[in-house]
Ligand binder design. Sequence first.
Ligand SMILES: Cc1cc2nc3c(=O)[nH]c(=O)nc-3n(C[C@H](O)[C@H](O)[C@H](O)COP(=O)(O)OP(=O)(O)OC[C@H]3O[C@@H](n4cnc5c(N)ncnc54)[C@H](O)[C@@H]3O)c2cc1C
Length: 388
Amino acid sequence: MSADAAPALAARLAEVVEVTEAHLADADRDAVFPVEALAALRRTRLLGLLVPVAHGGLGGSVRDLVRAAEILGRADMSVAMIFAMHCQQSAALVRHADERLAKAVLPRVAAGEVYLASVTTESGKGGRLTTAEAQLTDADGLLEIDRFAPVVTGGAHADGFLITMRAAGEATAHDVSLVYADRGRLTVQASGDWQPMGMRASHSAPLRLTGRVPAHHVVGEPGQFHEIAANVFGPLAHLGWSAAWLGTAAGALSRVLRLVRGPAGRARFDITSELLLTRLSRARQRLDAVHALLQQAVSVVESGEDLSRAPRQLLLNSLKITASEQCLAAVDELVEAVGLRDGYLKDSPTRLELAVRDLRSAALNYHNDRLHLADGRLALRDQGVTFA
Ligand SMILES: Cc1cc2nc3c(=O)[nH]c(=O)nc-3n(C[C@H](O)[C@H](O)[C@H](O)COP(=O)(O)OP(=O)(O)OC[C@H]3O[C@@H](n4cnc5c(N)ncnc54)[C@H](O)[C@@H]3O)c2cc1C
């Protein structure tokens, strides 16, 4: 999106933020999907942020996605993640869908008619992206899907699904295909409840998906999902998630500062206290470090260079690991700084209690342990220790 379009993006986001804030407490309390915020994302056409103008979208960039996820994260981490993950899915379609599929789906995404859910996690293999257990089967010239999906953000409200499956025919667990299915082609059965500690409004409940799709609904080459994972899914997930987490922690810090410096806070907090100043400094320092890493990762992704190279993968993984740890640590620091009443109680205007619960999911959402193992292997391949 051009600099001229930036104010329009800000106005669209402001509308979604306002709706999100109005329903935040209820969505968290009841662990329900923020349908009002999704309606605002549809109405403002932000669902089409990364869809090219030629398909009716806003033609936004990765930098726009990061900016948007951060702004939404300041209001609510669940809404920011819902949005960032949808954009990650739409980017995979933009770059890898067959022309017929792109023409059929992208204009509907751009018009706000199609909200995309992501189905990669599978029982047995957990979060691992590049293997699949359930296999596509040939059925009367169509591809048959029968997939249990243990964690699907917004699955009950999605209009389309991007699903990883083992490729059809002779295939091993490493031959993974990404397949698109319109909701109308699937039977979507709820298979359990969603009652987590945080991210309650993401409504990431288990589903069973069954149905048939045409062969051209395979996104990218059959069995070659690892290429999409390395160049689209991984990078955009790590950028979008990190931006959402940074926004959540930055929003929390901002609300704390407003409280401490406001009329009510001035009576209760001593802003010359060295302990308070040091804690505020530490929280801010953590967020500046994440922000710098995020901006560097955006520049690398924007450069258009091959992202599968070890130093670039290491940078993107580092961003995810660092953001997930430091944003939570910053908010925890703020809890210490303001104490029980404004750090631990649900009804404090700082909303630190919600931020801590939401941010606790960040390390688990594609487990940091899994990324450290990948990074160890990547580090061995880069003996000269070059930086992206
Ligand atoms: C809020 C939220 C929303 C989500 N939304 C979606 C969604 O929309 N769609 C979707 O598909 N998934 C979604 N997920 C799932 C997510 O992407 C991960 O797949 C999931 O959190 C991983 O779950 P897991 O417990 O199986 O972790 P795993 O990554 O499988 O790890 C489980 C345990 O195994 C350990 N471990 C990890 N790797 C290894 C290894 N190589 N060797 C040994 N031990 C290992 C870890 O330390 C961990 O303790 C979501 C998760 C969250 C938190």
